[in-house]
Design a protein around this ligand. Structure first.
Ligand code: GLA
Ligand code: ZN
Length: 709
């Protein structure tokens, strides 16, 4: 077998143990980590389901893959029914042909375990594998992502399927990675899950007294005297209006944690089954970015590398995608991730499914790379003929043509990624800004009665992220447990829940000269969602140098203007939530202009050690947030090279051998010009760029500059 592009025998490109398992590869004198698949360039390809069409079409598919330089196929994501047509029958005939074909064609394979949709016979024989919904309805066979995570039958058979697939294919050198399940998510409220919840609680709390105190059960006569009295919180029990309206936030919060852990156990079942036959090939599952039901931080240690599916809601999502990429990169401490799925043109499941405008496929793919992707993959390589995704965009449409706009754009991108080669592989983001992201805070805030249902975690996080992104700051999105010692600036919007030693670690950032920025509704509850018996913002009080006694929640139309800065010239709007701040040692940076608290502080800055604690007590608009964020960044000289050009994104990556790559991404629909901050080589054109020379980007254009040392 030879590599299609270089003609080099493939065996020379990868090293294997006698049993066929992979050794860490040494490229250019560097050992590549086992955690990510070893590659020589950014992998390019995507989900491919040839089991859905006749075999003579496969030939046509691969010739088109050649033309587009597609070098990886993700196979078997929904093949459970195909591979196991009955409980005691496994039949690999077709999957063998698919895998053999892909390897004979010299492609890498991301091989799925196929467990994300269970087959009809399984639901029929073992109804326990289906889910029970929030209203208590036991579902019958149908859909996908449909298995109860606590069902022993599901757990046994999904692991067995993964085991058999690994046993059969692990020796195939084309397998680059294992893809477990697909887009884990949702929830189940069946009796098996309720029992699973009770054992999860016993592990967490040990005694029923501990549980009662964590859940604050003295309220509304809820004191439990036996574990068996505990129900799953649902429409039939604690909830009074949908999954976010609960009488006991502590119970619902724990059920969210349990659900995430129960599905993680499913992932782990399959991963350890794979490991019995495949000790070294990396294992992943495709995440969904900013997805609330699963705490990806709790999952991250179990994955060898992170991967995710990017389906932005609209054309205007550049900042949101950057946030999601950074969150996904932050899962494995900055290690590169895979963009596992994106549509080349349109989605199908939305009410209205617009096309990606020309150039966006390229621009957004490069954006993923700029933020740490080592693979750029699509859903899907060829369009399904039937069922609900037949109108979903694909690299190859039903007619199998290569002379389409979409195919041309894909092929051009394939050629460009080839040209880049290994230049960006393994590169890291040299961030000095951290944005804290916390699923517990997200859940706790949004299942809370009061102060306001209108304050949404993601909206606030996105507003702060957008300001950082506009200012061109390279940033990491990290869990609250992350090591903060490498950052100059830590931004923690709505840090509702404070866990462990986080307050002390934030203080340490400020003490050594850094800046910590937090907002309204931070420092409110402990890890059980109980308020601190202290002034708000609880353990953040000293760092912020303030006290908050009251907070005013208002409807979306109520604006309280806030004046920012000492020259009183900037007046911005604030909405939804207005905290009444009593400064202790902090100086006032912004003040309310209306209502009975007009003239009182809305934004403060406290000197703490050699640094600052910033507190934004009101729901400032984008202009206000941007002003505050730029004050903070400027102090640390962290404004990016294109911070004054809206819509021109910049991102930096540093390769393992120390080269700095500057990515410039023009999200505007007109050309833009920016002066090179240093000389270097444009890696996409090969052109030399002098320091200060104008870099011209066409509408939706991209520049990747390897900067001189
Ligand atoms: C998800 C799934 C795919 C497919 C796409 C369609 O990402 O993983 O199987 O359904 O959505 O957009
Ligand atoms: Zn269940």
């Amino acid at each position: 077998m030879t590599d299609r592009f270089t003609g080099t025998p493939v065996a020379m490109l990868m090293t294997f143990r006698k049993d066929g398992t992979r050794l860490p590869e040494v490229i250019d004198g560097r050992i590549h980590p086992m955690s990510l698949p070893v590659t020589r360039k950014i992998l390019f390809g995507g989900d491919y389901n040839p089991e859905q069409w006749p075999e003579d079409v496969w030939q046509q598919d691969y010739r088109l893959f050649d033309a587009a330089r597609i070098d990886l196929v993700t196979l078997g994501v929904f093949d459970w029914a195909l591979v196991q047509p009955a409980e005691d029958v496994y039949d690999f005939t077709l999957l063998d042909r698919i895998v053999d074909r892909a390897s004979a064609e010299g492609r890498s394979i991301c091989l799925a375990t196929g467990t994300a949709a269970h087959p009809p016979w399984l639901a029929r024989a073992h109804p326990e594998v289906t889910r029970t919904d929030f209203e208590g309805r036991r579902h019958r066979f149908g859909q996908r992502h449909n298995s109860c995570p606590s069902s022993p039958v599901f757990r046994r058979l999904s692991a067995e399927l993964a085991r058999r697939i690994a046993r059969r294919y692990a020796g195939n050198p084309a397998i680059a990675a294992w893809h477990v399940g697909n887009e884990y998510g949702g929830a189940c409220y069946c009796d098996l899950c309720a029992a699973g919840f009770r054992s999860w609680l016993r592990q967490r709390y040990r005694t029923i007294d501990e549980l009662n105190s964590a859940w604050y059960t003295t309220f509304w006569s809820h004191t439990f005297t036996d574990w068996d009295q505990i129900e799953a919180p649902s429409a039939l029990t604690e909830h009074w209006r949908g999954p976010d309206h609960t009488a006991f936030a502590g119970i619902t919060l724990d059920y969210l944690r349990f659900t995430s852990d129960a599905m993680l156990a499913n992932f782990r079942d399959e991963k350890s089954a794979i490991r019995e036959y495949s000790p070294d090939i990396p294992v992943t599952t495709n995440f969904m970015g900013l997805y609330r039901p699963i705490d990806y931080h709790r999952w991250a240690p179990e994955l060898d590398f992170a991967s995710w599916d990017n389906y932005p809601p609209d054309d205007d999502s550049a900042a949101r995608m950057a946030l999601a990429h950074d969150l996904m990169r932050g899962l494995k401490d900055g290690q590169p991730f895979w963009l596992m799925e994106q549509t080349p043109s349109s989605t199908a499941c939305r009410d209205v499914n617009p096309l990606k405008r020309p150039g966006l496929l390229r621009l957004w793919s490069w954006q993923a790379v700029a933020h740490g992707a080592d693979a750029v993959l699509f859903f899907q390589l060829r369009a399904a003929r039937g069922a609900c995704e037949k109108y979903h965009g694909a690299v190859i449409g039903h007619a199998g043509r290569s002379d389409t706009r979409v195919f041309r754009e894909v092929a051009e991108l394939g050629a460009e990624l080839d040209r880049l080669g290994a230049a960006s592989l393994g590169a890291r983001t040299p961030a000095r800004v951290a944005l804290l992201f916390d699923w517990d805070s997200w859940w706790a805030l949004e299942i809370s009665d009061g102060p306001s249902r209108l304050v949404r975690y993601l909206e606030v996080v996105q507003r702060y992220h957008r300001a950082l992104w506009d200012a061109g700051a390279d940033l990491d999105v990290v869990p609250v447990t992350a090591d903060l010692s490498r950052y100059d600036v830590v931004v923690a919007p709505v840090l509702h829940m404070l866990k462990g030693d986080l307050p002390r670690r934030l203080e340490a950032v400020a003490a050594r000269g850094g800046s910590v920025l937090t907002t309204f509704l931070s420092g409110r509850v402990d890890e059980n969602d109980n308020a601190f018996l202290a002034d708000v913002p609880g353990p953040l009080g000293e760092l912020m140098g303030i006290r908050v006694d009251e907070w005013d929640a208002r409807g979306p139309d109520v604006v309280n203007p806030v004046r920012l800065g000492s020259d009183d010239r900037l007046e911005v709007e604030a909405r939804l939530l207005f905290e009444l701040i009593v400064p202790q040692s902090a100086e006032v940076i912004g003040t309310y202009r209306a209502d009975f608290y007009a003239g009182t502080p809305a934004v403060t800055r406290n000197t703490f050690g050699a640094g600052h604690g910033w507190y934004v007590g009101a729901g400032l608009d984008g202009t206000g947030v941007s002003w505050v964020v730029r004050q903070v960044l400027a102090r640390h000289d962290l404004l990016g090279p294109a911070s004054d050009l809206p819509g021109l994104e910049s991102a930096t990556r540093v390769t393992p051998d120390g080269a700095r790559l500057l990515f410039l991404l023009n999200h505007r629909s007109e050309p833009v010009e920016v002066a090179a901050r240093s000389g270097g080589v444009d890696l996409l054109t090969g052109d030399r760029v002098d320091p200060g020379a104008p870099l011209r980007l066409s509408a939706r254009g991209v520049v990747v500059l390897r900067e001189d040392e």
